[in-house]
Design a protein around this ligand. Structure first.
Ligand code: CP
Length: 324
């Protein structure tokens, strides 16, 4: 994310127009988005929150990589705010016939799609689209290579805040394939902006990140140091689709024994520590199934928060559009 791309996120009045990254969003704006998201949460079994801030608008979901949670929650979030939602089926779209991504975007623009929600394996794709769309179009990053997943970062931040809002005194441990994880990047950006007490990034050496991508974080190669007295432990999936060469990456049994988040390894963390995972999970590899389904797990809460956070982002964009 270039400096110019950070500025690109805001309109001339300083309002959020595109959400490409959590870089450049200050603590006040992150807090407002989380507060807004809280207003969209309702009790299980109650009617889902609804609002008309996107009535008459159209959202295009363009997922050029697989997704369950992000795509479904942007779809629900848009509909619950009154928008029409177009889910482009990439596998049967004309991109398979060689159409460029910009020609796809221009085609949807011509159909009056106002908000493009984009997931792509290529680094820089959301910003590239944002630089090429017409002035009234908004672009939301729904997962960009190993670079950024800003709405995931927001939902993770909200989930941690619900556990304990005292960010300055929290230790958050993220364990797994940090090197290829956009989830770790966006969580790290959000937590650092909120002044997190300690951020630990734990992985086997073969999956360790470049330290300069995670300023202020502790890079650790073992869970003994990594989980000790942690308030939050977040497990990550090994991103096989982004790993060219598996040399040095432990096999499944060795990985689970040394880096798995389990009832046993969680004994190192604080007794009330929460367990997070962005999904999709590989049970028995990075996380023990019984722990994922147990009382310390907030994994389904993350999913619920994902809809609320995406509603908060879309609601803000909708209100910005209506005041232009
Ligand atoms: N966490 C996340 O991005 O999940 P999906 O790939 O299912 O959207």
């Amino acid at each position: 994310m270039e400096q110019d791309d950070t500025k690109l996120q805001f309109d001339p009045k300083g309002k959020l127009r595109h959400l490409l990254s959590l870089k450049g969003l200050d603590a006040a704006l992150l807090t407002e988005l989380l507060d807004d998201a809280e207003t969209f949460l309702t009790a299980p079994g109650a009617l889902a929150a609804r609002h008309g801030s996107l009535a008459g608008r159209t959202i295009g979901n363009l997922f050029f990589e697989p997704s369950t949670r992000t795509r479904a929650s942007f779809d629900l979030a848009g509909r619950r705010l009154g928008a029409d939602v177009l889910n482009l089926d990439v596998n049967t779209s004309s991109r398979k016939k060689g159409e460029s991504i910009l020609d796809t975007i221009y085609t949807l623009e011509a159909m009056q799609v106002d908000v493009m929600v984009v997931r792509d394996a290529g680094s820089g794709v959301p910003a590239y689209i944002a630089r090429h769309v017409k002035d009234h179009i908004c672009v939301l990053n729904a997962g960009e290579s190993d670079v950024s997943h800003p709405t995931q970062g927001l939902l993770d931040l909200l989930t941690i805040r619900q556990h304990n809002p005292d960010f300055k005194n929290l230790s958050v441990a993220i364990v797994g394939d940090i090197q290829h994880s956009r989830v770790a990047m966006s969580a790290s950006e959000a937590l650092q902006t909120m002044g997190i007490g300690e951020l630990r990034l734990i992985s086997p050496p073969a999956l360790a990140p470049d330290a300069d991508r995670f300023p202020g974080a502790r890079i650790i190669d073992n869970i003994i140091d990594g989980f000790k007295d942690a308030d939050v432990v977040m497990a990550l999936r090994i991103q096989r689709e982004r790993i060219g060469n598996l040399d040095g990456v432990p096999g499944i049994d060795e990985y689970f024994a040394n880096y798995g988040v389990s009832r046993e390894s969680m004994k190192l963390a604080k007794p009330d520590a929460i367990v997070m995972h962005p999904g999709p999970m590989n049970r028995g590899i990075e996380i023990e199934g019984a722990l994922a389904d147990g009382p310390s797990s907030v994994i389904t809460t993350q999913v619920t928060n994902g809809v609320a956070v995406r509603m908060a982002v879309l609601d803000r964009i909708g209100k910005m559009m209506s005041t232009r």
